[in-house]
Structures are given as structure tokens and as C-alpha cells.
Design a protein around this ligand. Structure first.
Ligand code: BGC
Length: 494
């Protein structure tokens, strides 16, 4: 084997995450998870969402939803038909990096409200105009015809009610300090009111909760969906917890909620599992990524699992190998010229997108032609050798597999701690995100790890049904807006 492949294999081994470590991770996750249910300010936040039931597919109505928290900002209207189907109209814009670190919260939220305005003008203009007419007739006072909107805001929020919650911290590269500690629903509502839009922010929704709700609406089983998880730009999960296990509810300030179901969806915020690194693997590349990030020491699980970070880990490994002259990595062999141009995003922090990892892992061609094409398209790297491509594939495989196995730690821990597998029924999990959707065999690696955890094992693995829940952040947000508006009407009637 060439020195280059030897080195790639040596580095890949650092990303091994063996069965014993998976089991240790699960035990610690359960401990941190239970701790998060008893008090605030723990590493796993375990945020109560005030959503106390999951849909059964019969819900009906027209709702608006907006989604901030991934690569794109989306505005949609969702028509729930009441028969497990829906129609969805949406517009999507990529969030400019400048907006992610805009000068002020006001700037960001006005930007969002303007997108809602143009969406309404294009897709619901009649409704919009009718509302304006009625408002003018009634001298500005018009509660009629307001659209109920579900606000999918996928960052850690201390939730105080179904449409109330303060931002704990930004993640995924967002950084607008004056928003931290503020009620994000109120911020959105005041931007909406400034533009006089016929919209009421009815619900605050994490994308994982939306995923869980959407999955439960579209594929209702006897028991509904139990868990929603995102493996995309970021990672996180939400699940159905018994109310009496959420003992911190007694100590936190909150608005009224329906207690009759005895359950509540918990947003785990597992991106911050084990921030103090008691069990998480920690290679030199993980350490470097964290040190150079805008939030060192937090989201430590996410930094090993989600799309935004896997590309960066790969970039750090590739740079390391490239700088090691003796390996000849990414140097054209004839002249030994550097084949990575200065303008390549290999030299730029966050310069590698997860889609590159998916392409690399998927390439089964003999000449690794797809990897070559991807290196050219993504990184302007010309004429890499077969050994270069193999080295990259070896490293990518190790980084991706470790991510999936870590994902399995969180999933199995939640299943075990809630005794969900003891009942013998199918357990339904809705998932979304670029990694789980496009990274080859991501689910397969997750399941391999499930079987290595004795409390899950072969039998448990067979009972776990995992399904992609598309548009969770839209449909799920609509479903929660529906629950919220019904609850609001019920309270007003009392
Ligand atoms: C956020 C979560 C979110 C996840 C997936 C994380 O960075 O903290 O709130 O659910 O990304 O989008």
C-alpha cells in the first residue's frame, strides 16, 4: 500500500467508534437526559414544548408556516385535508451569510417579515387585500381573517408557552447577539405588525417537533409517531415524554397547557449532549474544528454528527494530508505542482459542503470518476490521482460512519429510557435532513449500532420503523398552529 493510503487509513482509524463506546455513550446519554428532565441549565436541555398530543391524520385547515434554522428560509401555506394528505405551496430563499450575523435582531426579523409579505402577495393576494379592506373599514382593528402561522425556529429556545420562547443561544453559524434572551415569537410578531400583515404567530416550533408531528399526520399507526429527528445542517431530536417524568415543569414559569393526555413532546436539543466531553470521541480534528468555531465548547455532539461540521472535519483532514509533503496528496505527479488552486474552498473555513461527502461515499466506479468530478466542481481540484481519491474516500467513510453511530447513541438512549421497546409494538421514528436523506447507508450504519446495544438488539431493531418525513417543518408547524389556535379558542370560551 502507498504511504498515502497508509496515512489515510491511520487517520480513518481515529474515527472508529467501537461497540463498547456506543454502549458507554448510551448509558451517559440516559443519565444526562434524565438530569435534563429534573432541572434547567443542564448540558442536554430537554425543553418542554407545550405540545401535548400527536396528530392522527384527521386535522383540517389552511395555515401558514415559516422556517428559519437550516440553509434556507422558507415560507409556506399548508392546506391540511383531514385525510392524512395535504397540499403545500412554498417559497424558499437561501439565507445570505451576512443575514446570519446581521447587526440586530430587528434587521433579521424584518427581513423574515418581508419574505412573508411577498409570499402572501404572490399566493394569497385576494385574502390579503380583503383583510386590508376590512381593516380600513374598522379603523385598523381587525382580528378577522388572520392567518395562523407556525414559526419553525430551529435553535435552542427556552419555551414558555406554545407561542412564547426566549433564544438560549444561536447554533449553525448564526450570530446575532442582541436576539439572545428575547422572545423570538414576539420579535417576529412585531416585525409582521410593522408591515401590517394579516398574520398571527400562533406557535413556536422546533424542526424536530415539526418532523414528529408531520410524520404522525401522514402515516398514523395505532400509536402515532414517537420520535422526530433531524440529521441535516444541524442535528437534534424530539420525543413523546410522560408528563410526570418532566419534574422541572413544577419549577419553571409557563403558561397554561392541556394536561389531560399525560404526555408532552420534549425537544432534547441533543446537539449539546455531553458538552463537557465525558464520553464523546475527540480527535485532533474535532478539537481544531471546535477551537476555530464561533461557539467553542458547545454543540459538541452536533459538531461530530451534523452536515455543517462533517464537511469541515474532512477539510481539516485533507489540508493536513496536503501539507504533509512526503505524501504527495493532491499534487500532480509529473511536475509535483500543487493541483489545488489558491481560490479553492479547501482553504476556506466551512468550505466543504456535506453533499461532497455523500458523493464521495457513493462512488463505486473503478476509476472513481464521480469523486474526480466532485472534487473539480466543489473544490476546483484538477486531475487528482486514484490514490488521492481513495484516500479521501477512506476518510469520508470513517467520518460519516462515526456520525451515524453517534446518532444511534441518542436514538437508542431515548428508546431505552422511555421503555418504548418493552411493549412489543412498532415504534415509529420520523427523520429529515440532508445526511439521513442523501448520505449512502446512513440508516444502515445507525441500525448496525442499534444491534450492538443489548437493550435494543436484533429484536428491538426490527421493531423500529424509520421513515423520512418530508416538509416536517412546514406541515408540522401548521399542525401545531392548529392545536394552538384550538387551545386559544377553548381558553377564550372559558
Ligand atoms: C439546533 C436545533 C435544531 C437542529 C436541527 C441545532 O443546531 O440547536 O434546535 O433542531 O439544529 O436543525
Amino acid at each position: 500500500m502507498s504511504a498515502l493510503l497508509d496515512e489515510a487509513t491511520r487517520i480513518a482509524r481515529q474515527f472508529d467508534y467501537p461497540a463498547a463506546e456506543v454502549r458507554r455513550g448510551v448509558a451517559e446519554y440516559i443519565r444526562q437526559m434524565n438530569e435534563g428532565l429534573t432541572k434547567e441549565h443542564t448540558t442536554l436541555s430537554q425543553i418542554p414544548t407545550f405540545v401535548t398530543s400527536v396528530p392522527n391524520g384527521t386535522e383540517k385547515g389552511l395555515y401558514l408556516a415559516v422556517d428559519l434554522g437550516g440553509t434556507n428560509f422558507r415560507v409556506c401555506s399548508i392546506d391540511l385535508h383531514g385525510d392524512t394528505t395535504f397540499s403545500l405551496t412554498q417559497s424558499k430563499i437561501m439565507i445570505p451569510r451576512e443575514t446570519m450575523s446581521a447587526g440586530s435582531a430587528k434587521e433579521l426579523f424584518l427581513f423574515l417579515a418581508r419574505q412573508i409579505e411577498s409570499f402572501l402577495r404572490i399566493h394569497h393576494n385576494e385574502h390579503f387585500e380583503a383583510h386590508i379592506r376590512r381593516r380600513n373599514e374598522k379603523n385598523g382593528n381587525c382580528e378577522e381573517d388572520l392567518f395562523d402561522l407556525g414559526f419553525t425556529f430551529s435553535f435552542p429556545v427556552r419555551q414558555l408557552g406554545i407561542n412564547k420562547g426566549t433564544l438560549i443561544r444561536w447554533t449553525k453559524g448564526f450570530d446575532i447577539p442582541d436576539a439572545v434572551g428575547q422572545d423570538v415569537c414576539a420579535l417576529l410578531q412585531s416585525a409582521i405588525d410593522e408591515l401590517e400583515l394579516p398574520v398571527r404567530v400562533a406557535a413556536l416550533v422546533n424542526d424536530t417537533v415539526g418532523t414528529l408531528m408531520a410524520r404522525s399526520y401522514t402515516s398514523p399507526g395505532e400509536t402515532g409517531t414517537f420520535l422526530g429527528a433531524i440529521f441535516g445542517t444541524g442535528t437534534n431530536g424530539a420525543y413523546v415524554e410522560k408528563l410526570d417524568r418532566i419534574t422541572k415543569m413544577q419549577t419553571i414559569e409557563h403558561s397554561e397547557y392541556d394536561k389531560t393526555t399525560g404526555e408532552m413532546i420534549i425537544n432534547a436539543e441533543w446537539g449539546s449532549f455531553d458538552n463537557h466531553l465525558s464520553v464523546l470521541p475527540n480527535t485532533v480534528y474535532d478539537q481544531q474544528l471546535d477551537a476555530d468555531s464561533i461557539n467553542p465548547g458547545v454543540q459538541m455532539f452536533e459538531k461530530r454528527v451534523s452536515g455543517m461540521f462533517l464537511g469541515e472535519i474532512l477539510r481539516l483532514v485533507m489540508l493536513d494530508m496536503h501539507r504533509n509533503e512526503s505524501l504527495g496528496f493532491l499534487k500532480t505527479s509529473a511536475s509535483s505542482d500543487v493541483s489545488v488552486p489558491k481560490t479553492s474552498s479547501l482553504y476556506r473555513q466551512w468550505g466543504i459542503d456535506t453533499s461532497l461527502l455523500s458523493l464521495v461515499e457513493a462512488d463505486k466506479t473503478e476509476g472513481l470518476e464521480e469523486i474526480k468530478a466532485a472534487l473539480k466542481d466543489h473544490l476546483k481540484i484538477e486531475r487528482p490521482s486514484i490514490a488521492d481519491c481513495k484516500a479521501i474516500q477512506t476518510v469520508v467513510h470513517a467520518i460519516g460512519k462515526r456520525a451515524a453511530r453517534l446518532g444511534a447513541v441518542a436514538l437508542s438512549a431515548v428508546l431505552i429510557a422511555t421503555n418504548r421497546l418493552d411493549k412489543g409494538d412498532l415504534v415509529d421514528i420520523g427523520v429529515d435532513g440532508s445526511l439521513v436523506e442523501y448520505y449512502p447507508n446512513f440508516e444502515g450504519y445507525v441500525r448496525e449500532a442499534f444491534r450492538e446495544v443489548p437493550e435494543v438488539g436484533d429484536a428491538g431493531d426490527k421493531r423500529i420503523r424509520i421513515g423520512i418525513s418530508k416538509d416536517g417543518s412546514g406541515v408540522g408547524a401548521a399542525l401545531i398552529a392548529l392545536v394552538a389556535s384550538k387551545e386559544d379558542a377553548r381558553m377564550k370560551a372559558q
